[in-house]
Design a protein around this ligand. Structure first.
Ligand SMILES: *Cc1c(COP(=O)(O)O)cnc(C)c1O
Length: 342
């Protein structure tokens, strides 16, 4: 029996075709900017988003951290949702790398409104408080269960940022899920954000890599910050080739992951042992059992069937669908959910 791993969309292995693209990539030393495949990937993403420049990084934490560094000075403050990845899951990098604090907003499933942003800005003349200089949004939200922003709300946030001269950064680790779900274009996002980070190693299924996209004004220092963070890589065109391949072949298929996540949520809703299921918009399902004490037995029965999901604590369970989750696995998983007894 093949293991069904639904802990995250980062668990995927490169497909045969992607491996072929990796094996045949033309490479050079990217620290000298001489890797043709990295240059191709960066150009492709910059154009896709209608921005001047893009820069390849090893991880999404590093693109976010570099962006925060580009936008801020030590002592300043950024605004983000209380569930934001930049605040919760980057090892405290905001303070470690940039000396910046976070004003946390109590948003809805990881999403904040223009009104909340405006209320969170410290008055710039009030020198007792840190100076607010940056807003970070996440789309889709991770801890918020793959929720997608309404583009109209982002436009309003942009206006607030313009009015108060704040930078606007997008943690778009799963932005392609949102684009496919909402039928939006990358250029819509390029127009609204100063910097955008996208991950190639989540739904797109590459072994590694994230890209930071922005205009030259901000990006001119990005390569130095990447160096400082230890993110300068050499013949990394092999991984960029996986990215180019994924952008051409793995974007539209995200709809399949979304469909399967919706079907999983529907089956969970019908089960007596399930309490609440959060609304599903993309490839993440967050749900709670009827009773927290059922968790151990639930996880064990899944494990007995070679199925793994994430326990996020406080009764929160998470399922993420992805490229390596096949229709056959999907059917077996749904059947297992029906058969669990608690
Ligand atoms: C995965 C993820 C990242 C980046 O994570 P890395 O593991 O550092 O690549 C950033 N933001 C969000 C919302 C994520 O889900």
């Amino acid at each position: 029996m093949k293991e069904i791993d639904l802990r995250s969309d980062t668990v995927t292995r490169p497909t045969k075709e992607m491996l072929q693209a990796i094996m045949t990539a033309k490479v050079g030393d990217d620290v000298y900017k001489e890797d043709p495949t990295v240059n191709e990937l960066e150009k492709k993403l910059a154009e896709m988003f209608g921005k001047d420049e893009a820069l390849f990084f090893p991880t999404g934490s590093m693109t976010n951290q570099a962006a925060i560094k580009l936008h801020t000075q030590p002592g300043e403050q950024l605004i983000c949702d209380k569930w934001a990845h930049v605040y919760n899951y980057e090892g405290g990098g905001v303070s470690f790398n940039s000396g910046v604090s976070c004003k946390l907003v109590d948003g809805d499933r990881g999403m904040i409104t223009a009104e909340q942003v405006e209320e969170s800005i410290n008055p710039p003349d009030f020198y007792h408080s840190p100076l607010t200089t940056l807003v970070c949004l996440e789309n889709t939200t991770n801890k918020g269960g793959g929720a997608c922003y309404d583009l109209e709300e982002i436009k309003k946030i942009r206006q607030v940022c313009n009015k108060h001269e704040l930078g606007l950064h997008l943690d778009g680790a799963r932005l392609f899920n949102a684009l496919v779900k909402k039928g939006e274009s990358a250029k819509d996002y390029g127009k609204l954000f100063d910097t955008i980070s996208v991950c190639l190693s989540k739904g797109l299924g590459t072994p590694m890599g994230s890209v930071l996209i922005g205009d030259s004004r901000l990006m001119k220092n990005a390569i130095r910050i990447r160096k400082v963070l230890g993110g300068g890589m050499r013949q990394i065109g092999f991984m960029a080739a996986a990215g180019v391949y994924a952008l051409e072949n793995h974007v539209e298929r995200l709809a399949k992951d979304h469909q399967r996540a919706t079907e999983i949520a529907e089956v969970l809703e019908e089960q007596k042992y399930v309490g609440k299921v959060e609304p599903v918009e993309t490839n993440i399902v967050i749900f709670y059992l009827e009773n927290v004490s059922m968790e151990e037995s639930f996880m064990k029965q899944l494990a007995d069937n070679d199925i793994r999901i994430s326990n996020m604590g406080q009764g929160k369970l998470r399922i993420v669908t992805h490229l390596d989750y096949t229709q056959e696995m999907h059917e077996r998983f749904l059947e297992t959910l029906h058969n669990i007894e608690l």
